[in-house]
Design a protein around this ligand. Structure first.
Ligand code: SF4
Length: 198
């Protein structure tokens, strides 16, 4: 079974699912099977809520203040397990919850999931990846039509009810695209973080 919890740097991550609604050209899953101290992040089958709670109970959270949902897949594809395990982590281990997401969950679930996220999630990092729909589709190869605009709407709406929301791009993009992403993020009123590619 793949690692459910793993650490990378000082951060603890939850690897909930290998499902994803994108197929990004730069996705780390295309190159290696693991990150940080995990042995493998490929699940034979996605973990159940009980298995995620068990992994949390076996983990030493001493000194840890935040748990990040980000693994080899899109965490919101396992929405019920995400929300219930995050609630457990908050109540039992007093952790803040961050979710790193591609921002396409409303398309995947065909409903607005932001009110559900807002009850438990403290921080949301949404991958913007590109400044235009055309470039976004080339880089992330999403399952859905209209994905780029859906993610912008997702970010805009999440910003209204979740404590910290940011868009992110990876620093492998051409500088010109990063600047265009910055302008786009400013336009919709959501901060942009430029992440180092790891
Ligand atoms: S959204 Fe994340 S997990 Fe999915 S393909 Fe892109 S980089 Fe990989």
């Amino acid at each position: 079974m793949a690692d459910i919890l793993y650490t990378y740097g000082k951060q603890v991550y939850v690897n909930l699912t290998n499902k994803c609604t994108c197929s990004c050209s730069f996705c780390i899953r295309n190159h290696i099977d693991t990150v940080g101290d995990a042995e493998t992040l490929w699940h034979k089958k996605d973990p159940t809520l009980a298995e995620v709670k068990e992994a949390m109970d076996s983990f030493d959270f001493t000194g840890c203040t935040e748990l990040v949902y980000c693994g080899y897949g899109e965490p919101t594809c396992a929405l019920d397990t995400l929300l219930e395990s995050a609630r457990y982590a908050k109540d039992t281990y007093h952790l803040k919850i961050r979710v790193n997401t591609n921002g396409l969950a409303n398309l995947y679930h065909n409903t607005d999931i932001i009110p559900r996220l807002a009850k438990t999630v403290d921080s949301l990092s949404i991958s913007l990846n590109a400044p235009t729909e055309e470039k976004y589709n080339l880089i992330t190869r999403p399952q859905f039509d209209g994905a780029f605009h859906a993610l912008l709407n997702f970010a805009r709406e999440a910003q209204q009810c979740i404590e910290t929301v940011q868009l992110s791009v990876v620093d492998v993009l051409p500088q010109e695209d990063i600047e265009d992403c910055r302008r786009l993020a400013e336009k919709i009123g959501v901060p942009l973080r430029v992440r180092k590619f790891t």
